[in-house]
Design a protein around this ligand. Structure first.
Ligand SMILES: C[S@@+](CC[C@H](N)C(=O)[O-])C[C@H]1O[C@@H](n2cnc3c(N)ncnc32)[C@H](O)[C@@H]1O
Length: 269
């Protein structure tokens, strides 16, 4: 077998079928928008991303699957012009709130999807295209080709490493199997097969997170499991309680065994 014959895109499609979690639909993102925005605000994801991105204030940026403005808002705070595209109105509403709070005026929100014609949405080619934790595509190669076409200088992609934000121990604790689905290994290999030689780095987060109280800690992990039964919810409660330590100031610290790690992939166009 010659490794060059491997069809990484087909492998990606096959692996997608095996994953234990369901890809979220527009209505799921709408209903999760406020809680997602809160989790993002409590995390240092955007700080780490921007440190690695080293943005040039002169760049125009197309942020695909921008969510509540996780990156769009801090980039606009640095003076960049950002087109923030998302298919969830709920997320765009959160973006608007954050944009107002930050007092930034250089973000253009666009309601649209990976699969829409971006020409029809009125988009122009940007200096930079990025998709952070938002490769919600049905065909990865097509998605990556599209990002590449819409950037004139650079592309940045953040993709899962292994389970990504999911906690496999939590799945096991509630009695569910956990299959992470395809991760950055597929993305890298598809890019290489497209003739692109990407740079690779990692964003790694602490295994410990501190929350105001036990309920907050529970809510911060409960999003991982769809359609929880009462028994599963009870087990989830036990799993979280077991891993909590109370701090002197009344807050609680939750420790997970698997750290959250993301692949930071970039290339010059
Ligand atoms: C995990 S969030 C990531 C948000 C942000 N990029 C971040 O890193 O915090 C994924 C985002 O992709 C959006 N999304 C999902 N499917 C999409 C699609 N087909 N087209 C455009 N956006 C999509 C969701 O609405 C959500 O805002």
């Amino acid at each position: 077998m010659n490794y060059r014959d491997i069809d990484w895109n087909q492998l990606w499609l096959d692996e997608q079928q095996r994953k234990s979690w369901t890809s979220k639909k527009k209505k799921d993102w709408d209903s999760r928008a406020a809680s997602f925005a809160k989790r993002v605000a409590d995390s240092d994801f955007s700080t780490l991303f921007i440190k690695m991105m080293q943005p040039d204030p002169a760049w125009t940026v197309l942020d695909v699957g921008c969510g509540p403005g996780t990156l769009a808002v801090p980039l606009a705070e640095q003076g960049l012009q950002v087109t923030a595209l998302d298919s969830s109105e709920g997320m765009l509403a959160q973006l608007q709130l954050r944009q107002q709070e930050a007092g930034v005026t250089t973000i253009t929100p666009v309601h649209g999807s990976w699969t829409d014609s971006w020409h029809d949405l009125g988009l122009k080619k940007h200096d930079v295209a990025l998709a952070a934790r938002s490769l919600a595509v049905t065909d990865l190669r097509q998605g990556l080709e599209k990002l590449n076409r819409w950037a004139s200088q650079k592309v940045f992609v953040v993709d899962r490493v292994g389970p990504g934000p999911f906690d496999p121990d939590l799945f096991h604790a509630i009695g569910r199997d956990f299959q992470p689905g395809p991760d950055f290994v597929f993305t890298l290999n598809i890019l290489l097969q497209m003739g692109i030689t990407p740079r690779l780095d990692y964003l790694q987060f602490d295994q410990k997170r501190t929350y105001g109280n036990e309920q907050e800690a529970r809510e911060a992990v409960a999003w991982m499991v769809d359609d929880c039964t009462d028994l599963e919810r009870q087990k989830l409660r036990g799993y979280v309680a077991e891993r909590l330590r109370e701090n002197n100031d009344g807050t609680v610290t939750f420790t997970r065994t698997t750290p959250v790690k993301w692949a930071f992939i970039s290339w010059d166009v």
